[in-house]
Design a protein around this ligand. Structure first.
Ligand SMILES: Cc1cc2nc3c(=O)[nH]c(=O)nc-3n(C[C@H](O)[C@H](O)[C@H](O)COP(=O)(O)OP(=O)(O)OC[C@H]3O[C@@H](n4cnc5c(N)ncnc54)[C@H](O)[C@@H]3O)c2cc1C
Ligand code: SF4
Length: 510
């Protein structure tokens, strides 16, 4: 039987059972397509990174003796539409069967299901063998429950997979060391140099340009830093475990003008395109922790494992439980436009300038920059979640919809009305000051609310609470904030709201 098998750009799992046997009757297809480069404006590092990793992966398959059809972005026979390319390959190969790996995105899942419905040959779909959970597991776990708390899911995962547990109880006595993960980083704590690669993607970038693909952000094509092969991904993981894990938890939420990555792993791109699996990442982390020579506290290790075993699997499960409706939710009825400076970094607000420039320069920002700087500002300015999603989906190398959407629309923008986050992640300037040094060199004064140089986050914060009273004042976790709001004298609140209205109407002045 002759089989055409599709491998999507984020399915580069060389350990998959598909590749363990060689068979000349199987043709593996990988396509660089305008369908994928153009559905949103992506960062140049994201497009180049995907293409570079796909090309490496295809070369590896060929070297291992597999039969591969790779359509480059400039290939004359490339139709740039997934189903047309597949039809072409099925016909040319005279295939009797079409097989594909379960896509992680709803859009592609639907497209491939519909495509199979039109086929007259046999077809089948196979798991990507990447995640701990199956798509539907989380929906089943929370069935009949009113709240879908990540913590409950995470504890269950720890027990089920016996990770940091002793007799089904948490090793070290606590399930969660989140409270230990909130240190402010000070310049006298040395951070090891960041592990980066000097991948040459000059030709890929020239081809992207020649094809006329619109992108955002910067790249140094001679020294592309992200891992683009399994070997590099493993090296990155090794480096993280050896040098960074020791303080990962401590400075997980910290922000600093001199530090882009601090102790973060920057492993999400490699994991999301499946160069390495979450199981491998967790196994290596645990082995490092258990090494008798290592002196790593459980809070660092638990903090890291929680992100992968907990948050990453949870977000994927929520995505599949709630799509396609999830993508349309706007519980707070926010309709404003995202300010232009999200695409330029051209703002006097130092925290936003740093987080946005980091994103434009490196296609990266760590979690707290995404959540408490860019996300916080977008929410406080009551931005339409469609606009916020489009920015997050485009700008980060690791942005694939199954993980970007629940993080952005749910956790960051509260547009799902509290399915993922139990309260909106908002703050005034004081939180930004507490977790970093951005405020120290900012044009604005973190303590002021309404003066000319007052930190914009301060008026926006109280204005947001006031505007969203109807939707949020009943939330028991917001009780303290609303009681503080009620203590603000009417004239002062009026002033605050005037200031906030000016910021929202004139974002590019700030
Ligand atoms: C608004 C917003 C949008 C986001 N969009 C994405 C996205 O498109 N793609 C993406 O992979 N992550 C996204 N995240 C989660 C998180 O910010 C990134 O995974 C992380 O910054 C990647 O960098 P790192 O590898 O250095 O992570 P580390 O801080 O070193 O964490 C280790 C790993 O844990 C996982 N992880 C941590 N937090 C989360 C989370 N909330 N959800 C899922 N996985 C998590 C990631 O795989 C990450 O690589 C988003 C978060 C927010 C608040
Ligand atoms: S003062 Fe306000 S705008 Fe400036 S860095 Fe601090 S939080 Fe950001």
């Amino acid at each position: 039987m002759k089989i055409v098998r599709l491998v999507l750009g984020d399915q580069l799992n060389s350990s998959h059972s598909w590749f363990q046997e060689k068979d000349d009757n199987i043709l593996y297809c990988l396509f660089e397509m305008r369908q994928e480069t153009d559905y949103i404006t992506h960062h140049i590092q994201k497009v180049a990174g995907f293409f570079a990793a796909m090309r490496n992966f295809a070369d590896g398959l060929i070297k291992d003796g597999h039969r591969v059809k790779y359509l480059n972005i400039l290939a004359p026979e490339n139709t740039h539409a997934l189903t047309k390319n597949l039809t072409q390959q099925i016909e040319q190969f005279n295939a009797d069967k079409f097989e594909y790996l379960l896509p992680d995105e709803y859009r592609l899942d639907k497209q491939l299901k519909d495509f199979c419905g039109t086929l007259t040959i046999e077809n089948a779909v196979t798991d990507t063998e990447h995640f701990y959970t199956k798509r539907e597991d989380l929906g089943v776990f929370f069935e009949g429950k009113k709240q879908f708390l990540m913590e409950n899911f995470y504890r269950n995962m720890r027990k089920k997979h016996q990770i940091l547990t002793v007799n089904a109880q948490p090793e070290g006595g606590q399930w969660n060391y989140d409270k230990n993960n909130r240190k402010k980083w000070k310049e006298n704590t040395l951070v090891p140099p960041f592990k980066s690669f000097d991948n040459n993607v000059v030709i890929i970038c020239e081809e992207i340009q020649k094809a006329g693909i619109k992108t955002i952000g910067k790249i140094n094509p001679k020294y592309f830093e992200y891992p683009i092969s399994r070997e590099q991904a493993l090296e990155q993981l090794e480096y993280f475990c050896e040098h960074l894990l020791v303080h990962f938890g401590d400075y997980q939420d910290a922000m600093h003008t001199n530090q882009i990555y601090l102790y973060h792993a920057r492993i999400s791109f490699a994991m999301n395109i499946k160069l390495i699996s979450p199981k491998e990442v967790i196994a290596k982390t645990l082995a490092t922790y258990r090494d008798p020579k290592a002196t790593i506290e459980i809070s660092q290790v638990e903090g890291f494992i929680r992100q992968i075993l907990g948050w990453r699997e949870y977000m994927r499960g929520m995505y599949w439980a709630l799509m396609p409706n999830y993508k349309t939710l706007n519980a707070l009825n926010n309709t404003n436009k995202l300010p232009d400076f999200y695409w330029t970094g051209n703002t006097k607000m130092n925290c936003l300038k740093n987080a946005i420039n980091n994103s434009l320069d490196n296609s990266y920002a760590h979690h707290i920059q995404r959540l408490m700087i860019t996300g916080n500002y977008a929410l406080l300015t009551q931005t339409n979640p469609d606009e916020v999603d489009a920015w997050y989906l485009g700008i980060y190398a690791d942005a694939v919809e199954w993980v970007q959407l629940p993080n952005t629309r749910g956790m960051s923008q509260f547009a799902d009305g509290g399915k993922i986050a139990t309260k909106p992640y908002i703050s005034s300037g004081s939180y930004v000051h507490k977790m970093g040094n951005y405020c120290d060199s900012c044009h604005y004064n973190k303590k002021e609310k309404t003066t000319k140089d007052a930190c914009p986050f301060n008026s926006l914060y109280w204005n947001f609470l006031d505007d969203k009273k109807e939707e949020l004042s009943g939330n028991f976790r917001m009780g303290m904030m609303y009681s503080l709001l009620r203590k603000i004298p009417a004239e002062k609140l009026f002033e605050i709201k005037e200031k906030a209205a000016h910021i929202i109407a004139n974002p590019n002045e700030y």
